[in-house]
Design a protein around this ligand. Structure first.
Ligand code: NAD
Ligand code: DAU
Length: 355
């Protein structure tokens, strides 16, 4: 059995669904169900005994201790986090609590549990921490891509909180020999992506006839990875990663934001044309930039390929087409996540941005 935290969020739920297409090994899914956690992502697992969902906080030490004692997992995969940069700018507190203090408590509970295991199980146990490329800061257009030895230079409260958690994970290995693995991944996209992030926001706003808000000049670059490729990378690192090592995960897909938005518009023009015959591009609006906006991220994922033989299966063209089609086919999911809380966030983040 494995313990997954944050398994009702975007990547965590894709990971749990993907896990069961490869294995029958049960998963305990610990998620506190913030605005970003959604049990509808896991609807296909209702009644499936392999999936044990527990609503709770990674920072609640006694809860995690009890879960570990009761289910004796062979591994923990830590996805749980506050994940949205813009929210961290409006309110960093939750990021400090979950990403730093929460990870610390999870590590404490896990270390005590691991310490008490018999030698064979102790040897096999792994704590895999899911992190981000944002901890490495921002690149210029001519800089080489981030490697595992790039310096940590986080620029937002979100990335600073993830960097702090990565440091704790590293220190637990160095000090206690706790068997950790860390993955630093680039921007994911795909099904169940909450429509506060660029790609799903552009799809749902386009279909709703709303503005497509591009920050600043739209020339910021991100390196996109289809979420199921991230899942396969995590499975591979869990299976064969070297304890104490970090692995960069990326899709070799550097794209400027405006090019992403234009691609989405072109796909929607093809798959669900506007009734007035115009292009969805008409809805693009340049708006005030994100404070401290990182210019470029790029991941060098050669270590993972060289040492563990992992490569992404999707190209950006295949992945983005699947993603747009998924949102067209799952309008009910979109309607449900756009609750009152979602509307409050849209007002808070976009109403004050000048064009
Ligand atoms: P998400 O915001 O969609 O999901 C986070 C999940 O964690 C939610 O289900 C939420 O309810 C849960 N959660 C939050 N606080 C919790 C707590 N204290 N205890 C238990 N559960 C809690 O995030 P995501 O995009 O799926 O990202 C998952 C992980 O991957 C994060 O650690 C993030 O930093 C990392 N990551 C994300 C990306 C990306 O592009 N989305 C890229 C690289 C790394
Ligand atoms: O790089 C990995 C990171 O990718 C993860 O660690 C984060 O959890 C994840 O949210 C993501 O962070 P970004 O800030 O890169 O993702 P986001 O989708 O918020 O924004 C992508 C780019 O699009 C970024 O340059 C900001 C821009 N953007 C975003 C929004 C929401 C816009 O231009 N308009 C928007 O409305």
């Amino acid at each position: 059995m494995i313990l997954v935290t944050g398994g009702a969020g975007f990547i965590g739920s894709n990971f749990v669904l993907d896990w069961f297409t490869h294995s029958d090994e049960p998963v305990i899914n610990l998620d506190t169900l913030t605005y970003a956690g959604n049990m509808e992502n896991l609807a296909s697992l209702r009644g499936d005994d392999r999936h044990i969902f527990v609503k709770g906080d990674i920072g609640e030490l006694s809860l995690v201790e009890n879960l570990l004692a009761r289910y004796t997992p062979r591994a923990i995969i830590n996805f749980a986090a506050e994940s949205h940069v813009d929210r961290s700018i409006h309110g960093p507190e939750a990021f400090i609590q979950t990403n730093i203090v929460g990870t610390f408590h999870l590590l404490e509970a896990a270390r005590a549990y691991w310490d008490g295991l018999d030698p064979g199980k102790k040897q096999a146990f792994r704590f895999l921490h899911v992190s981000t490329d944002e901890v490495y800061g921002s690149l210029t257009s001519s800089d080489p891509a981030f490697t595992e030895t790039s310096r940590y230079q986080p620029n937002s409260p979100y990335s600073a909180s993830k960097a702090a958690s990565d440091h704790l994970v590293r220190a637990y290995h160095h000090t206690y020999h706790f068997p950790v693995l860390t993955t630093n991944c680039s921007n994911n996209y795909g099904p169940y992506h909450f429509p506060e992030k660029l790609i799903p926001l552009m799809i749902v706003n386009a279909l709703a006839g709303k503005a497509l808000p591009v920050y600043g000049d739209g020339r910021q670059i991100r390196d996109w990875l289809y979420v199921r490729d991230h899942c396969s990378a995590i499975r591979r690192v869990l299976e064969a990663g070297k304890v104490g090592e970090t692995y960069n995960v990326g899709g070799w897909n550097e794209k400027a934001n405006i090019d992403i938005v234009n691609t989405i518009c072109a796909l929607l023009d093809e798959l669900r044309p506007r009734t007035d015959g115009k292009s969805y591009r008409e809805q693009i609006k340049y708006v005030q930039d994100r404070p401290g906006h990182d210019r470029r991220y790029a991941i060098d994922a050669r270590k993972l390929e060289r040492e563990l033989g992992w490569k992404p299966a999707e190209t950006f063209e295949t992945g983005i087409r699947k993603t747009v089609q998924w949102y067209l086919d799952n309008q009910a999911w979109v309607d449900h996540v756009q609750s009152g809380v979602y509307r409050e966030w849209m007002e808070k983040n976009y109403a004050g941005r000048t064009q």
